[in-house]
Design a binder for this molecule. Structure first.
Ligand SMILES: [Zn+2]
Length: 352
């Protein structure tokens, strides 16, 4: 029996490159990349059999872009195995990717370069290595997948887990969107927002600048509604308490079975917090120091005037009445982001 994860980790090309069930056809496109498409409804004429329903949503699910973030990989694998053995119906065009396979094998976040900084052509700016090649390869497969979707909506969920404790266990990072009419912020998908809420996402963070992340690539270059999902804490393979991931597991399965727009219209979204990046703490020199403990949780709040970090003559302090910290890390290389500061905004701002 084909198992997506073990086939990927064993490093050999699958001897079974494709297959089908009553409902779907699947194809191994590249190492760790699987395309699954529903067969056309049996009520259509036989001459159409095997052709795709062009109204279907196209959904990309990725995990393992950071190789040690195992729980989403395990969840995705169990979903794929259920689809392939016919236990789960498919109502979307589905592309599934395991990102940094070499890092997954060694249980590391990455080997030479952080794959999630290499998309949107950033891979061309670094010396050639396995990770720059993988970014280029994934970009090509994703472009082709979305180009073949002539109708229907496009979505991408890039699933991660965080290292740090967090006041919000599960949250989404929405890539920066440039508005066509010159406003600073574009419009996000209400369908995606409702689905994320129903899948237990407690907060969403709007980025304010382009980046090398996978979700920015699919959003900006493939016009998908995309986000990076942080789904809890990372543990080694087999050590995860998958019950913590039950809502996202159920949400993904429901979306696969019914499509994105159904099944969660009644989701109560009133508790979902929305943040926007207000400043970045950039480590310029080796003398950069955070002014708070290493163990501070994500979404810890600071009040106006509090000192956040010191970097030689430069002082970072809270400028808004209240700011929340995300991903603080003083150990990055000089020139890189050592943390983000957020402000809360109204949900409605996402859709203006
Ligand atoms: Zn990650």
């Amino acid at each position: 029996m084909f198992d997506f994860l073990s086939t990927t980790l064993n490093g050999c090309q699958s001897d079974q490159q494709s297959g089908e069930t009553k409902q779907l056809v699947w194809q191994w496109l590249e190492e760790g990349v699987l395309l699954l498409e529903p067969k056309i409804s049996s009520t259509k004429t036989s001459s159409n059999s095997g052709r795709l329903d062009k109204e279907l949503d196209s959904v990309l699910l990725s995990a393992g872009v950071h190789g040690n973030e195992t729980a989403p990989i395990e969840i995705l694998n169990s979903i794929i195995n259920d689809l392939i053995c016919g236990d789960l119906d498919l109502r979307v065009r589905l592309l599934v990717m395991l990102g940094n396979i070499n890092a997954m094998k060694s249980g590391e976040r990455y080997l030479e370069l952080d794959l999630n900084r290499l998309f949107s052509g950033q891979h061309t700016k670094f010396p050639d290595c396995a990770e720059t090649q993988r970014a280029k390869q994934l970009e090509e497969v994703v472009r082709t997948f979305f180009e073949q979707a002539s109708h229907g909506c496009r979505f991408h969920f890039d699933m991660h887990t965080a290292i740090r404790e967090s006041h919000h266990q599960r949250f989404a990072l929405l890539p920066y969107k440039e508005s066509k009419i010159g406003k600073t912020q574009g419009i996000y998908s209400r369908i995606m927002f409702d689905w994320l809420s129903s899948a237990g996402i407690e907060a969403m963070v709007v980025n304010q600048a382009p980046s090398g992340t996978f979700s920015y690539f699919s959003s900006h270059y493939c016009f998908a509604d995309s986000c990076t999902l942080e789904l809890g804490k990372a543990k080694p393979f087999g050590k995860n308490d998958l019950s913590q991931f039950e809502r996202i597991n159920r949400g993904v399965r429901s979306m696969i079975r019914h499509g994105m727009a159904s099944d969660h219209k009644e989701a109560d979204t009133s508790d979902v917090k929305v943040y926007q990046v207000t400043q970045q703490l950039t480590k310029l020199t080796e003398s950069f120091e955070l002014n708070f403990s290493d163990s501070v949780k994500n979404f810890t709040s600071f009040q106006c005037g509090e000192i956040l970090a010191q970097d030689g003559d430069i002082t970072y302090q809270v400028e808004q009445p209240e700011e929340w910290v995300l991903f603080p890390n003083a150990k990055v290389r000089p020139g890189l982001r050592a943390g983000l500061m957020l402000v809360q905004i109204d949900q409605a701002r996402l859709f203006e």
